[in-house]
Design a protein around this ligand. Structure first.
Ligand code: IMP
Length: 497
C-alpha cells in the first residue's frame, strides 16, 4: 500500500463534461433517469429501481415523512432519519406507506372552544382556509365539523367569538366513510359542488379530507416510486448499536430499504450489522452501508453483504469532519475510486453494486458530474432542506427567507451513534454545524428544474440513460484559471452598479 495516494483529492467543481454527438433522438423527453438502488446480477434487474437518481439525507433537518412523501411522489427515495426513537421513526415510515394520493391528513385543527382569532392565526400559519373542528383539536379525533376561514369577514376573524358560534357542524356536511376511492370521492365533490370532502372512520373520527383543488393529483406525478401494492416507497437510516431492536420494527412498519448511517463506514461494526440483517432477512430487505471513500472499504462492506454503498467523508455542506479530524477525501476522487472498484467487482463476479455519492452537491450540475464519474444516485441534504416539505423552521433574517439546516454531528442533533467508536454513549465533539439555507419553496418545481438541467446536459453528451452517461462520456479537469470562465466574467451585472 502506498503511503501517499499519488493523486490530488478532487471535487465536482474541478470537472466539466465534454459534449458528445447529439443525435435527434437525444431529446430530454427520450432520456431516462432510472437507476438501480440495490445490487443485482448481470442481466437481471435490481429489487428496487429509482425513477430519478435522488435520495434524501438521513438527517433530522431533511428526511421526515412529509419530505419522504414528496420525494417518492417524484420518483426518488428518502431515508427517514434514525436519530429519534424507534417508535417515532417507525411511525414516520408508516405515514409514508399509508399515504393515499388525494387523502390529506388535516394540518389545521381546533376545538369548538377556540376563538375565531385562533382560527385566523392558524390559517395564516398553514396557508389553508379549511380548519377541522374535532373533540380535542387533534387531526384524527372525533369529527365535529369544519370552519372555512375564507367565508368570514376580517371583523369576525379578529374577534374573540367562539368557533362554536360559526362552524359548520357535521350534520350539515357531506361525510363519507374510510375506504372510499379517490375517484368516488371526486365524484361526490363535483356532484355536490364541494370545496372539500370529509372522510371519517366507523367511530366518527376524522381520517382525512379530499380537496377539490387537488383533483389532477395522479396525473401530476407520473414518476411516483411505489411498491407492488402501489404504496409509496420509503427508506430508513439505522445505526450499528440498536439495529437488533430497530430493524424488525422498521420492517414491520413497511420500510423498503435500510441504510447504515455513519460518518465512517469501514468498520467491523458495520460488517456485523449487515451480516446480522442478512442472516435474519436474507435478500428480503435492502441494506446500504457507508460512508466510505476508497476501494478497500467498498470490498469490505460488499463482502459483508451490502446491497449498495454510500460514498463521502467530509464533503457535506454542514460538515466539519475534515477540519476536526483530518480524515476524508475530495468527493469526486472518492466517487472515481469506488466506481473503479465497483467495475472491477462486476467483471470478477457478474454482480453490480450501485454506489451513492453522498454530500457536497452545491450546484445542480455537480449531480451530473457525480453520475458521469460513476455514481448511480446521489444523496443530498442541503438541497432538500430548502423546501417547504423539510422539517426545519422557515425564518426571515435581514429580509431573506431561510430554512434551518443542522448537521447530525452538531450539538443540536447529537446523533452520537453516527460517530460512535465503541466508547461513551455521547457525542464527544461536534462534526457539523447548525445553520440556515436559502428557502426555495416547494420541492416539485425546483426538482423539475434540476432534472431538466441533467437531461439537457445528457442530451448535449449524446446519451439516453445514466448507464450511458457513466460509460460513454468524457470529462476534463479544469484549472483554477479556467474556473473563472465557469460563470459570467468581466461584465458588470445589471442592478449591481
Ligand atoms: P449536503 O448535501 O452537502 O448538505 O450533505 C449532506 C450529507 O452530509 C449527509 O447525507 C451526511 O452524509 C453528511 N452529514 C450530515 N451530518 C453531518 C455532520 O454532522 N458531519 C459531517 N457530515 C454530515
Amino acid at each position: 500500500m502506498e503511503k501517499i495516494i499519488n493523486e490530488e483529492s478532487r471535487t465536482f467543481s474541478e470537472y466539466l463534461l465534454i459534449p458528445g454527438l447529439t443525435k435527434k433522438i437525444h431529446i430530454p423527453s427520450n432520456i431516462s433517469l432510472k437507476t438501480p438502488l440495490a445490487k443485482f446480477s448481470k442481466g437481471k434487474s435490481s429489487a428496487l429501481t429509482l425513477n430519478i437518481p435522488f435520495v434524501s439525507s438521513i438527517m433530522q433537518a431533511v428526511s421526515n415523512d412529509k419530505l419522504a412523501i414528496a420525494l417518492a411522489r417524484e420518483g426518488g427515495l428518502s431515508f427517514i432519519y434514525g436519530s429519534q426513537s424507534i417508535e417515532e421513526q417507525a411511525l414516520m415510515v408508516k405515514k409514508v406507506k399509508n399515504f393515499k394520493a388525494g387523502f390529506v391528513t388535516s394540518d389545521s385543527n381546533l376545538t369548538i372552544n377556540s376563538s375565531m382569532k385562533d382560527a385566523y392565526q392558524l390559517s395564516k400559519q398553514t396557508g389553508h382556509s379549511i380548519i377541522a373542528i374535532t373533540s380535542d383539536g387533534k387531526p384524527n379525533s372525533k369529527f365535529l365539523g369544519t370552519l372555512d376561514v375564507s367565508d368570514f369577514p376580517v371583523e369576525i376573524l379578529n374577534s374573540t367569538d367562539l368557533i362554536s358560534e360559526h362552524y359548520t357542524p357535521i350534520t350539515k356536511l357531506i361525510v363519507k366513510p374510510e375506504g372510499i376511492s379517490l375517484k368516488e370521492a371526486n365524484e361526490v365533490i363535483y356532484k355536490n359542488k364541494l370545496k372539500c370532502l370529509s372522510i371519517t372512520d366507523k367511530d366518527s373520527n376524522l381520517v382525512s379530507f379530499v380537496f377539490k383543488k387537488d383533483r389532477d393529483l395522479r396525473q401530476n406525478f407520473p414518476n411516483e416510486l411505489v411498491d407492488n401494492k402501489k404504496r409509496l416507497c420509503v427508506g430508513a437510516g439505522i445505526n450499528t448499536k440498536d439495529y437488533k431492536e430497530r430493524v424488525p420494527i422498521l420492517i414491520e412498519a413497511g420500510v423498503n430499504a435500510l441504510c447504515i448511517d455513519s460518518s465512517d463506514g469501514y468498520t467491523e461494526w458495520q460488517a456485523e450489522t449487515i451480516e446480522w440483517i442478512k442472516e435474519e432477512y436474507g435478500d428480503d430487505i435492502i441494506v446500504g452501508a457507508g460512508n466510505i471513500v476508497d476501494g478497500r472499504a467498498f470490498r469490505y462492506l460488499v463482502n459483508a453483504g451490502a446491497d449498495f454503498i454510500k460514498i463521502g467523508i467530509g464533503g457535506g455542506s454542514i460538515c466539519i469532519t475534515r477540519d476536526q479530524k483530518g480524515i476524508g477525501r475530495g468527493q469526486a476522487s472518492s466517487v472515481i475510486a469506488v466506481a473503479n472498484e465497483r467495475d472491477k467487482y462486476l467483471n470478477e463476479t457478474g454482480i453490480y453494486i450501485p454506489i451513492c455519492s453522498d454530500g457536497g452537491i452545491a450546484l445542480d450540475y455537480h449531480i451530473t458530474i457525480a453520475l458521469a464519474l460513476g455514481a448511480d444516485f446521489v444523496m443530498m441534504g442541503r438541497y432538500f432542506a430548502r423546501f417547504d416539505e423539510s422539517p426545519g423552521k422557515l425564518v426571515k433574517i435581514n429580509g431573506s427567507f431561510l430554512k434551518e439546516y443542522w448537521a447530525e454531528g452538531s450539538n443540536r442533533a447529537r446523533n452520537w451513534q453516527r460517530y460512535d467508536l465503541g466508547g461513551k454513549e455521547e457525542l464527544s465533539f461536534e462534526e457539523g454545524i447548525d445553520g440556515f439555507v436559502p428557502y426555495a419553496g416547494s420541492l416539485k418545481p425546483e426538482l423539475a428544474g434540476t432534472m431538466l438541467k441533467i437531461k439537457s446536459t445528457m442530451s448535449n453528451c449524446g446519451v439516453l440513460s445514466l448507464e450511458e452517461l457513466r460509460t460513454n462520456v468524457q470529462l476534463t479537469y479544469i484549472s483554477s484559471m479556467s474556473l473563472r470562465e465557469n460563470t459570467f466574467h468581466d461584465v458588470q451585472l445589471k442592478g449591481s452598479e
